[in-house]
Each structure stands twice: as structure tokens, then as C-alpha cells.
Design a protein around this ligand. Structure first.
Ligand code: NAD
Ligand code: TYD
Length: 348
């Protein structure tokens, strides 16, 4: 089986690529990634020479390139993770989210459709999405697969749009698809612009920890390796044309999470300014900030037997340790040095 994984050099994608390479030595895994600021081949350093793995640098918004790629490799399946993924960036530049998340997804759908030309036996287009498409919960309730879409940020609107196109290609052209919508991930290799790695990095640099608004926003956190396991399970056992919600059953108010993170960092570091809690600074709120996300994961649990394996305390400890042990990674991705590594490695 030839599987195209898009966005495999990013945070979640790199964990999915690694899991598939280790678990399925008979599959051919092709990782297509444009290596934007969020994509980093160092994330896959340990598997880059595995025989059944091919990295392809390319942009999913380039229609003719994507068509030619499918012509050449005739992928049986796609696991589509490539995306612009950060809400704050989407507020500054919505159009780049429309280009990658909407147009890029449609290019992949068209190429998949043209390549198989109606013969979809043992073929699959698996689209990875987010719980943010459902909008915001109040203080109670959970997102179910049947919850109406009500995206509030340009990021979530672009992901919602891509979900709709995937479903529409299933209904209109018979394309076999799966969609999963997951809650907030955390773990190693996450670009230090998202809450947890940003705050770890800021504590190390003695920089302020900018908590948006009153900090009473709630997210449901899932360890990234548990997400990768769920993706593997859905890919192999999910029912075609279905959607699965994936979540950590692990809700935290931002301010409580930040305090816990500070306490765990304090235990590891000998800070000359007392507790890192002193760095917490309340700043202007994010516009359109969703109050609460929380997933009802009963469908994936009951149908596929999945539940998270890693507790939040364990996962957070592992994540902190990874960032403390990989300060060079953080320096590279934040300083542009990574471009030098890429040129050296691939000679372009
Ligand atoms: P990320 O930003 O870390 O990685 C995205 C990857 O896509 C990068 O490697 C980047 O180089 C690549 N990419 C971006 N634009 C591209 C383009 N035009 N062509 C080819 N490659 C391109 O994102 P992530 O956090 O790993 O998220 C992966 C997917 O999972 C996304 O679709 C996201 O919406 C979804 N998701 C993320 C979370 C989360 O908490 N991070 C939760 C649920 C769903
Ligand atoms: P983030 O990691 O950007 O994920 P998302 O917006 O997709 O949920 O943010 C998680 C929560 O943390 C969200 O409520 C916004 C908040 N936040 C801050 O308070 N300060 C920050 O600097 C960042 C990046 C996020």
C-alpha cells in the first residue's frame, strides 16, 4: 500500500509518520510537506533513512504539482494533515489559511479522484481535522459528531470548509473518505507558538507568560502519541464516510494549566527569580476567543476501542523533559538556522 501523508514534517504529522513506519514496514510511506516555518525534517531525523520512507518537498496549493505527484505514485490512501494550524496567525492573515487549508485540500481531492477514476476499491482519503469547527461550548455540554459546525476563527472556518469539501466529494463523486476531529494536542516537536511549548520556552528565557483575557478559557488536552494511535485505528478500522471525534477527556482552564506547568518547571529549574508563576501576565484577549472545547469521544471508544493511554501529568512531564533536552531544536526552529540544516541535508 502506498500512503501519502501530507504535513508529515509538522507536529502531529511527524508522530503519525513515525508510528506508521515502525508499525507497518510493508507500507510505502510518502511524506509530502512544504516545510513552512512549522515543518521541520529534524522531527523525523531518527527515521529518515528507513527504506520504505520517501520525503517529498512540495506545496499542496500547487495544482499541477499535486496532479503530477498522484500520476507518478498512484497513492492508494491519503492521510491529510498539512495545514496552517495556528489561530493567532489566521487572525493576522486569513487568506493563507484559505489557500492551504481549503484550496490545498481540494487539490488533493481532485488529484485522488483523477488518479483512481471511480475505481475506489481499497482506497481511502482520510482528512485530519479539529474540534474547533464546532465553535465554542458554554460551561456545560460536549462536542458530538452530530454537533452543528459553527467556526469562529479564520483557522476553524478554513478547516470546516475543508471538512465540507471532503464530505461533498464523498457524496458527489463516491470518494471513500474518513474525517476525524480532535481536541488540542500537546507533546514533543510542537512549534513554540502554541500555548504549552511557548510557555515552556518563555520560562526558560525568563520571558512573560502572556495569558489571554482572564485565563478562564477551557481546552481538552490530548497527548500527541494518543492522537497518532487514534489515527492509525481510524485509518484501518473506521467506517467509510464517517466522522470520529477524538479527545483527551481532560479539560483544563488555561490559567490552571499554566500554573501547573509553572510548578512542574520550577521543580526542574533553579530559578533566580523565584517561581515561574511570577512571569504570568494577563494580556489583551484574542478576538473571537472560543470559551470552551470538550469532546464526547464515546463513538471512537465504543466502535474502535480507543481511549487515551497517557495521563495529563505523565504527558506534561514527558513534554517538559523533551523541551529541556532539546533546546537546540527550539533554537533552530525559532532562529532560521533550520534552513541551513535543510540546505546541507538536501543540497537545495
Ligand atoms: P503544524 O502546523 O505543526 O504542521 C503542519 C505541517 O503542514 C507542517 O509540516 C507544514 O510544513 C505543512 N504545510 C503547511 N502548509 C503546507 C502546504 N501548503 N503544502 C504542504 N505542506 C504544508 O500542525 P499540527 O499541529 O501538526 O496539525 C496537523 C493537522 O492536525 C492540521 O490539519 C490541524 O488542523 C490538525 N489538528 C491539529 C491539532 C493541534 O492541537 N495541533 C488538533 C486537532 C487537529
Ligand atoms: P493555542 O495553543 O493557540 O490553541 P487553540 O487556540 O487552537 O486552542 O491556545 C490554547 C489556549 O491558550 C487558547 O485558549 C488561547 C490561549 N493562549 C494564551 O492565553 N496565550 C498565548 O500566548 C497562546 C498562544 C494561547
Amino acid at each position: 500500500m502506498r500512503i501519502l501523508i501530507t504535513g508529515g514534517a509538522g507536529f502531529i504529522g511527524s508522530h503519525v509518520v513515525r508510528l506508521f513506519l515502525k508499525k507497518y514496514p510493508k507500507y510505502y510511506i510518502y511524506n509530502l510537506d512544504a516545510l513552512t516555518y512549522a515543518g521541520n525534517l529534524e522531527n523525523l531525523h531518527d527515521v529518515e533513512n528507513v527504506l520504505n520512507y520517501t520525503f517529498i518537498k512540495g506545496d499542496i496549493t500547487n495544482e499541477s504539482f499535486v496532479l503530477k505527484l498522484f500520476d507518478k505514485y498512484q497513492f492508494d490512501a491519503v492521510i491529510h494533515l498539512a495545514a496552517e494550524s495556528h489561530v493567532d496567525r489566521s487572525i493576522l492573515d486569513p487568506l493563507s489559511f484559505v489557500k492551504t487549508n481549503v484550496l490545498g485540500t481540494i487539490n488533493l481531492l481532485n488529484a485522488f479522484k483523477n488518479c483512481h477514476n471511480g475505481n475506489y476499491d481499497r482506497k481511502l482519503f482520510y482528512h485530519i481535522s479539529t474540534d474547533e469547527v464546532y465553535g465554542s461550548l458554554g460551561l456545560t455540554g460536549l462536542f458530538k459528531e452530530t454537533t452543528a459546525y459553527q467556526p469562529n476563527s479564520p483557522y476553524s472556518a478554513s478547516k470546516a470548509s475543508s471538512d465540507h469539501f471532503v464530505r461533498a466529494y464523498g457524496e458527489t463523486y463516491g470518494l471513500p473518505y474518513l474525517i476525524s476531529n480532535c481536541s488540542n494536542n500537546y507533546g514533543s516537536n510542537q512549534f513554540p507558538e502554541k500555548l504549552i511549548p511557548l510557555f515552556i520556552n518563555n520560562i526558560l528565557q525568563k520571558k512573560q507568560l502572556p495569558v489571554y483575557g482572564d485565563g478562564n478559557y477551557t481546552r481538552d488536552w490530548l497527548y500527541v502519541e494518543d492522537h497518532a494511535i487514534a489515527i492509525d485505528l481510524i485509518f484501518h478500522k473506521g467506517k467509510a464516510k464517517e466522522t470520529y471525534n477524538i479527545g483527551g477527556l481532560n479539560e483544563w482552564k488555561n490559567i490552571d494549566l499554566v500554573k501547573l506547568l509553572c510548578d512542574k518547571m520550577d521543580k526542574r529549574l533553579n530559578l533566580d527569580f523565584g517561581s515561574s508563576r511570577n512571569l504570568i501576565t494577563y494580556v489583551k484577549d484574542r478576538p473571537g476567543h472560543d470559551l470552551r472545547y470538550a469532546i464526547d469521544a464515546s463513538k471512537i471508544k465504543e466502535e474502535l476501542g480507543w481511549s487515551p493511554l497517557v495521563t495529563f501529568h505523565e504527558g506534561l512531564e514527558k513534554t517538559i523533559d523533551w523541551y529541556l533536552n532539546n533546546k537546540d531544536w527550539v533554537d533552530n526552529v525559532t532562529s532560521g538556522k533550520y534552513q541551513e540544516y535543510y540546505k546541507k541535508q538536501y543540497n537545495n
